[in-house]
Design a protein around this ligand. Structure first.
Ligand SMILES: [Zn+2]
Length: 511
C-alpha cells in the first residue's frame, strides 16, 4: 500500500485545512484586486502635492496589515497540523511499541554483530509497515570490533586483598595479556600534564580522572569538555611510554556503571589496552592512590578487531508532491554499543524518525519535498553509514535542502540546534510561538547530529533535536540504557516534535 490520504482520523483536520486554504485564496484574490484599484487612485491622488505624504503612510500601513494577516493565517494552519501531530502521538503513537520491539526483540547492536544485521531487517520491516512510498537499503562496509568475554579489574596493595572495580573496555581497544596487565598508576586530569610528566609515565598505566563539569547546565557541553580523555587519551599516554590507560566514565552520576565509548589509536604510536572505570571506582582508585602511590592496578580484557563486515543504512521515502527531487533527511542511528539495549542511544531516535511517516500519513499530509527517513549504521564506532549516505548523495548529485537528526535520548524536547545561515536561523526563531506550547523554546544553539555531519561538509544545513540533557549521561553507553529507562510520554513528545519540525522545514520556502 502506498503512502496516501485515506486516514479516517484526519477528516476534520483536512476539512479545516481545505477551508483555510480556500478562505486564504479568496482573501488573497480580494487583496490583490483592492491593491490594483488602490494603486490606480494613488497615482491620481499623489499629483496633488499636499496629499502625497498622507497617502504614502496609508499605503504602507495597508501593505503591512495585509502581510501580517497572511502570516497569521499560515501560522494558524501550521498550528493545527502540529496540534494534530502531538494529539495523535500522545493518544495512539506507535513509537514506544516499536522501541520495545527493537530493544527486547533485537537488543544491543554494535556494527558488524549478528544483532546489527537483525536490526537492519527489523528496521526495513517496521518502516515498510508504516507505508511510506518506498523502503530500501544502502550497502556500507563497517568495522567489526568484539568485546570478548573477560573484563575485570582490581586495585592491589601489598599485604591486602585486591579491591575489585568495575570497568568496560573502550570501543576499539586491544586486549590485555591473558593473565592481565599489571602496573603502577599515574593519575592526571588533562592530556597536557603528560608533557610535564615526561619519563615518569613510562611503564605506567595512565589514569585520566577529570570529571565532567557539574556546573555546565547543558550536560552535552560537559561531555564535550571531558571526552578528549577517552577519545585521544590512550595514544597520548602511549606517546610517553604508558602501557595502559584508564578513563573516568563520562557521566555526572556517581554509581558503579562504567560507560564505554569510542577511542582512536593514532597511527605510528604503539597501541595500548584502555578501559573506562565507573565513577565510584575512579573515586576509590584516586583515594587509594593518595594513601599509597605505589599501588598496582590489574585489568584483563579480551577484545579483538575482526575484518570489516557488510551492513546497511535503512532508508524510507515519502515522495514530495511539488519537488520530488529535493530531499529533507530525518534520522537517527540504528547501531548501538554492545551493552544495555541502546534504548536512549539511539533506538529512541530511530523510532522517533520512523514515526514521522505515520504522523504525516494519518494527518493526510503529502510533503512538497521528498522526506527521507534514515536509520544510519555505525555512528558509534566509525560513522561509516553517515559517510556512505553523503557520498551517494554527492555521486547522484542530489539536492538536499537540509537534514535533521535525533540522537540525544528520549527526554522532553526543549529545542533545536542548527548549523546553517542567518536567514535559516531567523526562520527557525519565527517558529517559536508554534513550538513553545509543546515545551520547545531553545533555537539558538549551534550543532547538528553526527550521522548528518558529512552532509554539512557539502554545505547542507543540519539540525539536531535537543531534548532535556540532564539525565542522558546517566545511561549513555552503559548497561543501564535499556527499554525500561524510557518514559513513554517523553519519547512520544520527541516523535511529535520531529514530525512538526520536518513539516515546517518542508512548508517554508527558504531555499
Ligand atoms: Zn548516539
Amino acid at each position: 500500500m502506498s503512502f496516501g490520504f485515506q486516514s479516517k482520523y484526519t477528516q476534520n483536520l483536512k476539512s479545516y485545512l481545505a477551508f483555510k486554504m480556500l478562505f486564504a485564496g479568496v482573501l488573497g484574490l480580494l487583496k490583490f484586486v483592492f491593491m490594483l484599484v488602490f494603486l490606480y487612485f494613488y497615482k491620481a491622488l499623489t499629483r496633488f502635492h499636499m496629499m502625497s505624504r498622507f497617502i504614502n503612510v496609508l499605503f504602507c500601513c495597508l501593505l503591512c496589515c495585509s502581510l501580517m494577516t497572511s502570516t497569521s493565517e499560515a501560522q494558524q494552519a501550521d498550528s493545527a497540523v502540529i496540534k494534530q501531530f502531538f494529539n495523535s502521538e500522545l493518544a495512539s503513537g506507535s513509537s514506544y511499541g516499536n522501541l520495545e520491539k527493537l530493544c527486547k526483540g533485537v537488543g544491543n547492536r554494535l556494527s558488524g554483530s549478528a544483532n546489527a544485521e537483525k536490526a537492519v531487517l527489523w528496521a526495513q520491516k517496521t518502516m515498510t509497515e508504516l507505508h511510506p512510498d518506498t523502503v530500501y537499503l544502502q550497502e556500507v562496509m563497517v568495522p567489526h570490533w568484539v568485546r570478548g568475554k573477560t573484563e575485570q579489574a582490581s586495585i592491589e596493595v601489598n599485604g591486602q586483598a585486591p579491591t575489585a572495580v568495575s570497568i568496560l573496555a573502550l570501543g576499539g581497544s586491544i586486549a590485555t595479556p591473558a593473565e592481565g596487565l599489571v602496573a603502577q598508576v599515574i593519575e592526571i586530569h588533562a592530556l597536557s600534564e603528560l608533557e610535564l610528566l615526561g619519563d615518569k609515565v613510562k611503564g605506567k598505566i595512565v589514569f585520566f580522572n577529570r570529571p565532567m563539569d557539574p556546573q555546565e547546565i547543558l550536560v552535552f557541553d560537559a561531555y564535550g569538555k571531558a571526552v578528549d580523555q577517552r577519545w585521544a587519551g590512550p595514544s597520548e599516554a602511549a606517546k610517553f611510554g604508558a602501557v595502559g590507560s584508564i578513563c573516568r566514565s563520562m557521566t555526572t552520576a556517581t554509581d558503579d556503571f562504567p560507560h564505554t565509548g569510542a577511542m582512536k589509536y593514532k597511527d605510528s604510536i604503539p597501541q595500548i589496552p584502555c578501559c573506562a572505570i565507573s565513577t565510584m571506582g575512579a573515586d576509590r582508585l584516586s583515594a587509594m592512590l593518595k594513601k599509597n602511590a605505589d599501588l598496582m592496578f590489574r585489568f584483563t580484557q579480551s577484545c579483538s578487531k575482526l575484518p570489516d563486515v557488510k551492513s546497511y543504512n535503512v532508508v524510507a521515502e515519502i515522495r514530495g508532491s511539488l519537488h520530488p527531487d529535493r530531499f529533507i533527511v530525518a534520522g537517527g542511528h540504528l547501531d548501538s554499543w554492545d551493552v544495555g539495549e541502546g534504548a536512549h542511544d539511539d533506538g529512541a531516535g530511530v523510532v522517533q524518525s520512523m514515526e514521522i511517516i505515520r504522523l504525516f500519513r494519518d494527518a493526510g499530509i503529502r510533503p512538497k519535498n521528498t522526506i527521507r527517513i534514515v536509520a544510519f549504521m555505525n555512528e558509534e564506532n566509525g560513522l561509516k553509514g553517515g559517510r556512505k549516505y553523503a557520498e551517494l548523495a554527492k555521486n547522484k548529485n542530489e539536492k538536499h535542502l537540509c537534514a535533521i537528526e535525533t540522537d540525544a535520548g528520549a527526554f522532553s524536547p526543549r529545542g533545536l540546534s542548527m548549523d546553517g545561515n542567518d536567514t535559516l536561523r531567523s526562520l527557525i526563531r519565527s517558529w517559536k510561538p508554534l513550538l513553545e506550547p509543546y515545551g520547545l523554546y531553545d533555537f539558538e544553539r549551534e550543532g547538528g547530529g553526527a550521522d548528518i555531519s558529512p552532509l554539512k561538509d557539502q554545505q547542507v544545513p543540519v539540525f539536531e533535536l535537543m531534548p532535556d540533557s540532564q539525565r542522558y549521561f546517566n545511561y549513555h553507553h552503559t548497561n543501564k540504557d535499556v527499554f525500561e529507562a524510557i518514559d513513554r510520554r517523553e519519547l512520544e513528545l520527541c516523535a511529535a516534535a520531529m514530525a512538526s519540525l520536518v513539516y515546517l522545514l518542508d512548508q517554508y520556502d527558504w531555499k
